[in-house]
Design a protein around this ligand. Structure first.
Ligand SMILES: Cc1cc2nc3c(=O)[nH]c(=O)nc-3n(C[C@H](O)[C@H](O)[C@H](O)COP(=O)(O)O)c2cc1C
Length: 367
């Protein structure tokens, strides 16, 4: 009897893709390359203005034709309804502001040359995320992923427009709520992942979500950078993998070359799970900033979005002035497997080849 193709999952059928590999990326070129290589891509648009989002969607459509794609936005519950930069900066708690100033003084960090990137406010107010959402709905993006917060309030509007809604979760309880709200796909993200994560590892969260997902698809995320991880995710019950760190140092990526080098050199032990970057627990590459906020006597990081305002300024200075010890980026534990800068197409095909080798290794040969 012919063996079923383990990588031909229902996710492939639902999106019309060849391989169940989803790239989360902020870089349009990476998204286009992955989609054109037979995978799927979701473009992170949290830090883009509504006009930029519209332009990015149109650019992507030109590069990929009628293939499907996604965009990712976040809807955190705890950010202000409206915000402007001056008010947010003025609202940073005094203790944390003083500590960040003291770090800058002790390490002689100059002021940034440019406005820190995050000062365009990204996800820092509900007003901004609602405007971003309007564009996604108007453009009828095939997949709208919600990275933070329950997407229940827009599921119906998205479905009326023929769109899929995906929800990223780190806890089974959160998955249950989002499934009840009618999301189409749950991305079960373990704490091995880059970015905002909870405390549950990928090996636990994926089967926990699978157990309650019924006929809804589950995609595994967190620490996935190789074909062996892909094969493992399929074995855990996932219909595909959602990957972020993997694409940061790829050939097409617009990530700063100094950061690409650090990512390629980094081991799995070089990441830290801390709230010192954004106020929420977040996995990022270790840096002096992390060390300073972990010291005995350091204040707890400020709540979101204030800690991110403090961090954004430091990050901008670090990149503007080449202060390597303070450069950091969201990175998952799978970073330790990334050893060279490859084109996105090669990453996709290497991952697929390795996963098939792993399946062969498990099932063996009749002879
Ligand atoms: C640089 C970077 C920025 C990220 N920003 C977001 C974001 O804005 N929204 C979001 O939903 N996830 C974000 N993530 C998390 C990814 O969506 C994904 O869940 C994570 O990267 C998966 O883990 P991995 O990096 O180990 O593959 C980010 C990840 C990286 C690497």
């Amino acid at each position: 009897m012919a063996r079923k193709d383990p990588l031909r999952t229902p996710l492939c059928d639902s999106l019309g893709i060849e391989y169940p590999i989803v790239a989360f990326t902020h870089c349009k070129d990476v998204a286009a390359a992955v989609i054109n290589a037979g995978g799927f891509a979701v473009l992170g648009q949290t830090q883009s203005t509504p006009d930029e989002i519209e332009a990015n969607i149109r650019w992507l459509r030109e590069k990929i034709g009628d293939k499907k794609f996604g965009i990712d936005l976040v809807f955190p519950a705890s950010v202000p309804a409206k915000a402007n930069v001056a008010e947010l900066l003025a609202g940073i708690p005094a203790e944390q502001q003083a500590y960040a100033d003291d770090i800058a003084r002790r390490f002689e960090i100059p002021e940034p040359k440019k406005e820190p990137e995050l000062y365009d406010l990204g996800w820092m107010s509900k007003e901004v995320s609602m405007k971003q959402l309007e564009v996604a709905l108007e453009e009828k993006v095939p997949v709208l992923a919600s990275g933070l917060g329950n997407p229940d309030f827009f599921v119906d509007s998205a479905h009326e427009r023929g769109m899929q809604v995906w929800g990223l979760v780190g806890k089974q309880r959160q998955a249950k709520k989002e499934l009840e709200a009618g999301v189409d796909v749950i991305v079960a993200q373990g704490m091995d992942a880059a970015g905002h994560t909870g405390n549950v590892g990928t090996f636990s969260i994926v089967p926990q979500v699978k157990a309650i997902a019924g006929d809804k698809l589950v995609i595994a995320a967190g620490g996935i950078t190789t074909g062996r991880h892909l094969a493992g995710a399929i074995a855990l019950g996932a219909a595909g993998v959602w990957t972020g760190t993997l694409w940061l140092p790829c050939r097409e990526s617009d990530v700063d070359m100094r950061m690409k080098e650090r990512l390629i050199e980094a081991s799995s032990d070089d990441t830290s799970h801390s709230s010192c970057v954004s106020g929420y627990t977040m996995r990022t590459l270790k840096s002096k900033w992390h060390e300073e906020w972990a010291k005995p006597g350091a204040p707890s990081p400020a709540p979101a979005p204030y800690q991110l305002m403090l961090f954004a300024k430091m990050k901008q200075s670090a990149f503007d002035w080449g202060i390597k010890d303070f450069m950091t980026e969201a990175a998952g534990q799978g970073v330790g497997f990334i050893k060279e800068m490859k084109p996105a197409r090669t990453i996709v095909s290497d991952m697929v080849d390795e996963a098939y080798d792993v399946f062969d290794e498990i099932v063996g040969d009749d002879e």
